[in-house]
Design a protein around this ligand. Structure first.
Ligand code: FAD
Length: 396
């Protein structure tokens, strides 16, 4: 049987449940669609688009150049594609941005009604947001109980990570517009440094993981807060685009310490992956957090409008060396150490008294790892408007 695999934020062959399912049934048709029906606020930023282009190029290479690429209204294009090629089975791995959930739910109903076999899988999270709830079935709003009592009390089984055996692809050249047709690459050449520093794709992700382990997890607690040490795993963009799964990272870290989860370094590293899960849980249960204060009492906060200060912050010209270093790092490299993200965020919101949403938007455009869940939850945390917020008067 022919099965269409709709790739989204799962740009890998290993530990990819949708791809594995499809390849066990017969021939696989791999498809990526750049969805122009995405609401404006959620359209990926320039840095993210650059990464996506490279990542798709790498995936296409792994699929012998047989990844179909299309751009347009994703639901419409998908239905046209399956009708044209008489496809009876469609699979994907779930995405969690609110607009994607809405699109996928509607599409799934339409496909089922048309008699198509549709299956969706979890490949992006260790725990589905609806699985980890408080005893009264409401979502957790505070990280520590969410993670320690909620997540860790539930199994997240180790998944097989091999590339599916006997992966056989069916390719329709006339239905592939090619990667360049997605128009993801920037018009102006600002990505020279970034290109030298990063290798998007499944192999790049695997390399970062093996560079970080075996000692990284053990050393993590002691070193992670020092931006000059570069002692973190640098996996966030790879995880965002699904070039590596959280399952792979989680178990590789545990294996690097021979399963000793009592180790404080390992515990600390795993809990950062827990923050990633928590951010997704918050976004799922409180889908307004990218645009509105988690806590409504901050909706009338008297933020300052000060375009000169905002510009100075964006360009790394505030005169405060540590803030400027972080902002210039972001501009030059497409990333910023976590500690500096907290420092520059705190400076924007608590010193300059500028609305956190201005910072969130700048990060969204400049970060290679820009992620709706992590970015909005982290900005709200920094601003003190969030769920598990640092009190609003705490300044870094
Ligand atoms: P490590 O320290 O090696 O951590 C391992 C993984 O855990 C990361 O790759 C990431 O997937 C996850 N993680 C770590 N810290 C967090 C966190 N606080 N929240 C959620 N997940 C976490 N992270 C993003 O992936 N995308 C964003 O858009 C983003 N925006 C942020 C904005 C602000 C204001 C702040 C303070 C933090 C933001 N973070 C974001 C979280 C964090 O800074 C990055 O995940 C981290 O710096 C990436 O480096 P690393 O892969 O070496 O992380």
């Amino acid at each position: 049987a022919l099965t269409l695999v709709w790739f989204r934020q799962d740009l890998r062959l290993r530990d990819n449940p949708a791809l594995t399912y499809a390849s066990e049934r017969g021939l696989v048709i791999p498809l990526y669609i750049s969805d122009t029906d995405c609401p404006e606020h959620f359209v990926p930023g320039s840095a993210s688009k650059w990464w996506l282009h490279q990542s798709l190029s790498s995936l296409n290479d792994s699929l012998n150049g047989q990844l179909h690429c299309l751009k347009g209204d994703a639901s419409k294009l998908l239905i046209e594609f399956i009708q044209l090629h008489d496809i009876k089975s469609v699979v994907w791995n779930r995405s969690y941005e609110p607009w994607q959930i809405k699109r996928d739910t509607q599409l799934k109903h339409a496909l089922i009604e048309a008699g198509i076999n549709v299956q969706s899988f979890n490949s992006h999270l260790l725990w589905e947001p609806w699985q980890v709830l408080k005893k009264d079935e409401t979502p957790y709003k505070v990280f520590t109980p969410y993670y320690r009592r909620g997540c860790l009390s539930k199994a997240s089984p180790r998944m097989p990570v091999e590339v599916p055996k006997n992966l056989q692809i069916e390719y329709f050249p006339e239905s592939d517009k090619g990667l360049d047709s997605l128009e993801l690459m920037p018009d102006i050449n600002w990505h020279g440094t970034i290109e030298k520093m990063w290798t998007p794709g499944e192999q790049g992700a695997a390399n970062h993981l093996s560079d970080f382990l075996p000692d990284g997890a053990k050393e993590y607690k002691n070193k992670r807060d020092f931006p000059d040490l570069g002692a973190t795993s640098k996996l966030s963009a790879h995880l965002h685009f699904g070039e590596i799964s959280p399952n792979q990272v989680w178990y590789a870290a545990i294996d690097s310490l021979n399963g000793n989860t009592e180790d404080v370094g390992l515990d600390c590293y795993l809990s950062e992956l827990g923050w990633r899960e928590f951010s997704h849980s918050l976004l799922f249960h409180f889908p307004h957090i990218p645009q509105k204060n988690f806590s409504p009492k901050f909706e009338h906060f008297p933020w300052r409008t000060d375009d000169n200060s905002l510009k100075a912050w964006q360009l790394g010209q505030t005169g405060i060396p540590i803030v400027d270093a972080g902002m210039r790092e972001l501009w030059q490299t497409g990333t910023m150490h976590n500690r500096l993200r907290m420092v520059v965020g705190s400076f924007l919101v608590k010193n300059l008294l500028i609305d956190w949403r201005k910072g969130e938007r700048w990060f969204w455009d400049c970060l290679l790892d820009a992620d709706l869940a992590a970015n909005s939850a982290s900005w709200q945390w920094i601003a003190g408007t969030g769920a598990d917020a640092a009190p609003y008067f705490r300044i870094f």
